[in-house]
Ligand binder design. Sequence first.
Ligand code: UFG
Length: 329
Amino acid sequence: MNILVTGGAGYIGSHAVRQLCEAGHEVVVLDSLVTGHREAVPDEVPFYQYDLAQTGPITELLVKHQVDGVMHFAALALVGESVRQPLMYYANNTAGAVSLLTAMKNAGVKKFVFSSTAATYGEPNETPIYETTAQTPINPYGRSKWFTEQMLYDEAHADPMFALTIFRYFNVAGATTDGTIGEAHDVETHLIPNILFAAMGKKDKISVFGTDYQTPDGTCIRDYVHVDDLVNAHLSAMTALTPGDVRVYNLGSGNGYSVREILDAAKIVIQHEIPTEYVDRRKGDPTVLLANSDKAKRELGWNPKYTDMKEIIETAWRWHISHPNGFAK
Ligand code: UFG
């Protein structure tokens, strides 16, 4: 298939580009490079540095490359930033999706795979979280994705030929096994890279946010899924889409790890003490986020390969230790 990957120079998008190319698809990348890295995209892949708001040029590239389907990863994804600058999130994530969908409509492209988030569930009212669990996002980031979901359902309702898969991601981690691409954010807020930065001396220490949660060891529990497993579900979804499909899946491993458990696993993998401080809770962190992903396994034949947290951390470590400055030379 001919696939447009938006955000293909970003963390998850670049892994998708890699897998799509390996599977023999023709890939085109659109990325504004606001947070993405040109170096993350292979030279032979056509690359367009466009903003999602550029409906006209996006329409042209869809037509030119005879795109069959779009994987839409491009988004801003920092909860704290979204609270401080909500309009930026609604402009990029929600209005950006309107523009992209308009371009698709103009070009007659009907297949769409969308990156949504567990943040659309807010403080979930049940554990584990099913696709049917009530969605009550508690920050602008979660709402920007939730609004986009609603808009997609409306478009699917209006156009019976539209074919849609929405994935709600839990905590994406790790890097491709050869260590050549990985997570490289200018401001890194995620737990695993920050633990590894503390071990490498790139950061003084890792701060553990809160030890008084109602969990066995007092720290928050999350569901970590390897980026290559996550991306693999997108390839299955894209090839399975038929007109009129409206599919929604959680993507998580179904295993919960506390912050302390992640620290312990990291110590085993890297064989190094990790300077740690224990501080107050970070605002807005739900106690437990745990996915039930049986639906993706059942309907897409999704079979995540990384079931051991140590293996996930090992792939991240390989990337960070070989690229201490990310993609910067
Ligand atoms: N944490 C620390 N110290 C840090 C960073 C994180 O203790 O330096 C803790 C957090 O408090 C949280 C856990 O580690 O309990 C995981 O935090 P992350 O920042 O790595 O990830 P989040 O769970 O906050 O959010 C991620 C994505 C969201 C997505 C969510 C869904 O960033 O976009 O997973 O599960 F919505």
